[in-house]
Structures are given as structure tokens and as C-alpha cells.
Design a protein around this ligand. Structure first.
Ligand SMILES: *Cc1c(COP(=O)(O)O)cnc(C)c1O
Length: 357
């Protein structure tokens, strides 16, 4: 007896998408970004799928990186926010896990670290305008010098991150601030996220960091992954567990945010916001039932939502409703809801079983 909902992950699509992304930047090493449990796709499964071909992986948590090492992943691993406490620097060095060094306090940890089991691999992070992490461009020369003077620390890369590579602002301002100082260090450069990989070849340099495109979605508004030659990797679907016939004036769900103005037939679907389907989805958010387009009706509840079956006579109890996936681009659902594909793919909750194929 299982609740009829599942999220299917197409690992061969991720392989295809990795190649598509890497082929945009031939000559660069492509670090597959698998933070947030590989954007909800399962970081271990994704890493294992790409183990033969990825040049490296980037993530946030040491714990996740150690799990990959335990599972036999030998590729370079980089923690994008670096160590969160001093103790982590020792484990990172011991397991060959590189990390961004973005602030003075991390420099201090490294300066009195004693890395007996291998050097700490530092990626010096520059704040080129996003103002989250990184040294100011004018501080970079000194920080690089300090790192180079430390015993058992290897300064391998200089990096930055773009705030607007996906929109009309682009990367020009940040690139202008970053590039001269990055070049001056003489280090390999890593700057490009997915949007820059696809749109700004001059930022590719030595190491790219594609994330969202690996999972088959476009970082650009008004476009889907298909437009970039990508294949969506995630399909969220659930079955109809009840059918309701509404007459004009009848409501559905909490808050009566939908009132029928004609006779309609509704399917009640075993998916709600506790599964990660956004409660903010308005009436008419796209779904697909047996290949036929329909939309949500009324407010999404914790464990259920309603879809319109009026025009799909053959659909009933047990019919499968695709909430997003190949038939219903995640980007379109996100646009309906007023968010981005990233948030929806990361938001699928643990109670939804993952099926890999
Ligand atoms: C998340 C992240 C990426 C990947 O971004 P996408 O837009 O998913 O390609 C790259 N670099 C850093 C530092 C990140 O945090």
C-alpha cells in the first residue's frame, strides 16, 4: 500500500546534459554542480552516473563530499563555500577535497593548520559584485600571497560567481572587475555558471561550473531546456485517487479559491505542498494527463491537489498526472507559480520516493 506519487530521475538525461554543457566550453574542465542533493536528483546517484566523465564535482557540505569519497568517487571535489569551521580544513586536506577561501577567518584557519596528510587545495574566491562571498578585488593580491606562503596549502584556482548571467544585465560589470586581478594571479580561472557557459564564452577559462543545465532546465527566462538541446531529468507525477463532479456555484479545496461556473469534473491527485508542489500555484498551473494538457483547480493542500478532467473523459481513478517533466516543462510550472525551476526541483520532499532509470 503506497501512496501513488513518485519522482522519476532519468540519469541518462543527466549524462547527455553534462556533455552538452561541457561541449559548450571545450578546453575547460567542467565541474558538475551537485549541491542541494544534486538539485533534488540525488548527489550520490548523479556523481556515480558521471563518475567516468565528469572532470570534477562542486557542492557545499563536507559531509556530502566525504560520502562521495566513501562511495569510491575519485574525481576532484570542491566545496563552493569552503570550510565552515577550522576542523573541516583538516578533513578536507586529508581527503583531497578543495574549498573556496572567501574570507579572512578562513585564511586564519589555514595559517595555523597542520596538514600532515596532504595539502589543502584552495580556490581563492573574489567578490566581483554579487556581494555574498569573496575578497574584494583590491584584497586579492595580498590574500593570494598569504595562501602561497602557507605550508601545505596549494593555491590552485581563482574564482568568482555571477549575479546576472541569466538576465539582460549580463556579466560585463563583474567580468571587468574580476578579470584583470584574476589574470594577474596567473592561476586557472573559474567563473561560469550554466548561464555563462551557454551565453558568455569569454568567461569559460579553465574551469566551468554548470548546475541547472545538468538537470535539463534552462537558466534563462522564457526558455526551456529543450531550447538549449537539454533533456529534462526529473518527472514528478502522482495518481488520481478520487473524482468529483461540480455544479455551478460549487467550490473546491481550502479557502474556496475556485468556484465552478459550469459543470466540471475534477480529479483529486495524491500530491500536495508537503511533497514539494508549491502551494502558491494558481488555478490553471499546467499538468498533463495521458499526454493531454490540463491545469490545477483551487488551492493546493498539504497532501492533495485538484486538476480539471472535464475535457479528458478517459481519465479517472488511477490515471497518472504529470506535474512536471518531459510533457510539462518545469520552467513553465515555475513561471506560472512565480518562481524558478531551481526552487521546484530542490523542493521535492523526502517522502516522495525517487525512481532512477
Ligand atoms: C550554484 C552554483 C553554481 C551553479 O549555478 P547554475 O546556475 O545552477 O549553473 C555555480 N557556482 C556557484 C558558486 C554556485 O553556488
Amino acid at each position: 500500500m503506497t501512496r501513488p506519487i513518485r519522482v522519476e530521475i532519468d540519469l541518462s538525461a543527466i549524462k547527455h546534459n553534462y556533455r552538452q554543457s561541457r561541449n559548450k566550453a571545450l578546453g575547460s574542465l567542467a565541474y558538475a554542480v551537485i549541491k542541494a542533493n544534486a538539485y533534488g536528483h540525488g548527489s550520490l546517484e548523479v556523481a556515480q552516473t558521471l563518475a567516468d566523465e565528469a572532470d570534477g564535482f562542486a557542492m557545499l557540505n563536507l559531509e556530502d563530499a566525504l560520502a562521495l569519497r566513501k562511495a569510491g568517487i575519485r574525481q576532484p571535489l570542491t566545496l563552493l563555500e569552503g570550510p565552515f569551521e577550522k576542523q573541516e580544513t583538516l578533513l578536507m586536506a586529508a581527503h583531497g577535497i578543495a574549498g573556496a577561501i572567501h574570507s579572512e577567518h578562513q585564511l586564519a584557519w589555514l595559517a595555523d593548520g597542520h596538514f600532515k596528510h596532504g595539502a589543502f587545495d584552495a580556490w581563492l574566491k573574489v567578490n566581483s559584485g554579487m556581494n555574498r562571498l569573496g575578497f574584494q578585488p583590491r584584497q586579492v593580491r595580498l590574500a593570494a600571497q598569504q595562501l602561497r606562503n602557507m605550508q601545505d596549502v596549494t593555491l590552485s584556482t581563482v574564482m568568482t560567481h555571477f549575479a546576472s548571467a541569466d538576465d539582460e544585465r549580463g556579466v560585463a560589470d563583474q567580468w571587468q572587475r574580476f578579470e584583470p586581478i584574476a589574470r594577474e594571479t596567473g592561476l586557472p580561472i573559474s567563473a561560469a555558471n550554466s548561464a555563462a557557459v551557454f551565453r558568455y564564452p569569454h568567461t569559460h577559462c579553465e574551469r566551468i561550473r554548470p548546475g541547472i543545465t545538468l538537470y535539463g532546465c534552462s537558466p534563462f527566462e522564457g526558455q526551456t531546456g529543450r531550447d538549449l538541446g537539454l533533456i529534462p531529468a526529473m518527472t514528478l507525477s502522482a495518481d488520481i485517487i478520487a473524482v468529483q463532479h461540480l455544479q455551478p456555484g460549487d467550490n473546491v479545496g481550502y479557502g474556496c479559491c475556485y468556484t465552478a461556473d459550469k459543470p466540471i469534473r475534477l480529479g483529486i491527485v495524491a500530491c500536495g505542498y508537503a511533497d514539494g508542489y508549491p502551494r502558491s500555484a494558481p488555478n490553471g498551473t499546467p499538468v498533463s494527463i495521458g499526454g493531454v494538457r490540463s491545469g490545477t483547480v483551487g488551492r493546493v493542500s498539504m497532501d492533495m491537489l485538484a486538476v480539471d478532467l472535464t475535457h479528458i473523459e478517459h481519465a479517472g481513478i488511477g490515471s497518472r498526472v504529470v506535474l512536471w517533466g518531459a510533457e510539462v516543462p518545469l520552467e513553465n510550472v515555475a513561471a506560472s507559480v512565480g518562481t524558478i525551476a531551481y526552487e521546484l526541483m530542490c523542493g521535492v520532499t523526502l517522502r516522495v520516493p525517487k525512481l532512477y532509470r
